[in-house]
Design a protein. Structure first.
Length: 540
């Protein structure tokens, strides 16, 4: 078939040659006919004759670029590489390189391939042996010839894109990378190249997207491309990849929804690649452990943690992963013991890591931690108990049962303000608790406020308890210094209300104060005074 096509082309070319020769006989200055004559001779494989015609045309024509393009090919076909390069240089100097593409359209396939290979090799030689912006621009022109000859050759497009990037022509480089990806969507070098352009433009989302696609396609090649960057750029893209993985893991932990399209599987590839890029970076190893844990591979994650970081010194990030993985393996006592000390220090990542556990694992961990906290509290080891209670609170997503226990433990340690924060959350979720429990909560809050000398707030909480169930509230107030201090707080608060002419509040506060201390002379005297000063006002 190829031979038949060639014979047909040669037959057509012969006709064109006769006609063009006739036209030249009629008008020796006809440049178009002379060029047609040369092209016909080329297609008839009469290269030497075509060369002679073109040399004559070169001396007479104003369209030098078109003739130079044809002469360069003929010299290349004859093996005269130096002459070919000189002709291409002259073509470049004319500034009319667009004619080269037109000439390539009439060439036979094997000759286009020959020109493509030669121009690409010439560009590669320049880039290898020469330095400087001028040589890069020269290489770009040769690569453009190669692309024109080869019909969007991906290798030449990639090399030209890198050259444009080196010159700071980012948008032009992006165009070439896109052209490669249109031909080969999974081309790792093009994906990395485009990602690196986004990196230079500070387009984080786009850069990460392209580099991750490259890592998915070929992690070894993509990693090599990243490691070929300058140290600063390497560090930046690694950090962006790290940030992306962390963000996905945070979203996964919060939603607990299955990852769409195997996103976590993709993160495994990214995490493994980050480790290979910088084996000394502890945070990369830790991220890989997190990814494996989130992907449902706790045994593999634990093995990797012990192998990669087992010899590492004391480190909260490592310890927290060990504890989390023990919980996933249902070794709750070990997990609680490991994580409680971190909870006591308010280790920031602990909540994030506990999100890798399922509901049953979290409930079990909370129960074990609370039980251990209770045992330690009974033995008056309140500081150690606090860590376990804090772990129970975290693992249970702030279950009010554990918040109460932690608040009581904090009170033992005189952490009154922190205890009040816990009790505030408890009171906000009073819906399912019985009256007696609610009364106890308000009384406890009142006691905490009294401990930090917030008398008015303390009185407010006790009054809420009295109004809810008086007998239970009074039963929580034991005789002694605390009772005396509380009655004094009621007295001072009532006096404050009276000074502001808030008679109803003053009256109510005094009456409740007398319920605490029925014989208190100052409260009785204040009650009489309120009644007298509020004369004309309706006091209940």
């Amino acid at each position: 078939q190829r031979g038949a096509r060639w014979r047909e082309t040669a037959k057509d070319a012969s006709g064109v040659h006769r006609l063009a020769s006739l036209l030249l006989d009629l008008d020796a200055t006809d440049e178009v006919s002379r060029t047609l004559c040369a092209d016909a001779l080329y297609l008839m494989d009469r290269v030497d004759e075509a060369h002679k015609v073109l040399l004559v045309a070169l001396s007479k024509t104003s369209q030098r670029a078109a003739i130079l393009s044809r002469l360069a090919l003929l010299q290349l076909k004859k093996g005269f590489l130096y002459d070919c390069n000189q002709l291409l240089r002259k073509l470049i100097q004319t500034g009319e390189t667009s004619s080269f593409l037109t000439v390539m359209k009439i060439l036979r396939e094997e000759d286009r391939a020959l020109m493509q290979h030669h121009c690409h090799s010439r560009a590669a030689t320049i880039l290898k042996n020469k330095q400087g912006e001028g040589y890069i621009k020269e290489a770009i022109l040769y690569l453009s010839f190669a692309i024109a000859a080869g019909g969007c050759d991906t290798e030449s497009l990639l090399t030209r894109a890198r050259c444009y990037g080196h010159l700071g022509q980012k948008k032009t480089a992006m165009f070439d990378f896109n052209a490669v990806l249109k031909i080969s969507p999974a081309n790792v070098q093009a994906l990395c190249g485009r990602g690196f352009i986004h990196l230079a433009l500070n387009q984080k989302k786009e850069a990460v997207h392209d580099v991750i696609l490259a890592l998915q396609a070929d992690p070894v090649l993509a990693t090599a491309e990243i490691l070929a960057l300058k140290p600063e750029a390497q560090s930046r893209i690694r950090q962006w990849l790290f940030d992306h993985c962390k963000k996905v893991l945070l979203e996964f932990g919060t939603s607990k929804e299955p990852s769409p399209g195997g996103i976590l599987k993709d993160l495994v590839v990214v995490g493994e690649s980050l480790v290979k890029m910088d084996h000394k970076a502890t945070k990369s190893h830790i991220l890989y452990v997190d990814v494996l844990a989130a992907d449902g591979e706790p045994e593999e994650a634990l093995t990797y943690l012990q192998e990669a970081l087992g010899q590492h010194g004391p480190n909260d990030a490592i310890s927290s992963r060990f504890g989390m993985l023990q919980a996933k393996e249902r070794n709750m006592n070990v997990a609680a013991h490991t994580l409680a000390s971190l909870a006591a220090k308010d280790f920031q990542e602990l909540g994030y890591l506990l999100n890798f556990l399922d509901t049953k694992q979290r409930q079990s961990l909370a129960q074990v931690a609370a039980k251990e906290g209770h045992v330690l509290g009974k033995e008056h080891h309140h500081t150690e108990a606090l860590g376990y209670y804090s772990l129970a609170v975290l693992a249970s997503n702030s279950d009010i049962r554990y918040l109460r226990k932690r608040a009581a433990c904090l009170a033992q340690l005189k952490g009154y303000k922190q205890a009040l924060k816990d009790m505030s959350k408890v009171v906000q979720n009073h819906g399912t608790d019985g009256l007696r429990t609610q009364v106890e909560d308000y009384c406890f809050q009142g006691k905490m406020y009294l401990s930090i000398s917030e008398e008015e707030l303390a009185v407010t909480q006790y009054i809420k308890a009295f109004q809810m169930e008086l007998s239970s509230a009074l039963a929580r107030i034991h005789p002694g210094p605390n009772r005396d201090r509380l009655s004094k707080a009621f007295l001072q608060t009532a006096q404050f209300y009276l000074a502001e002419n808030r008679y109803e509040e003053a009256w109510k506060t005094t009456e409740y104060g007398l319920l605490i201390d029925q014989t208190n002379p100052k409260l009785k005297k204040l009650k009489t005074r309120i009644k007298r000063e509020a004369s004309g006002c309706r006091v209940q």
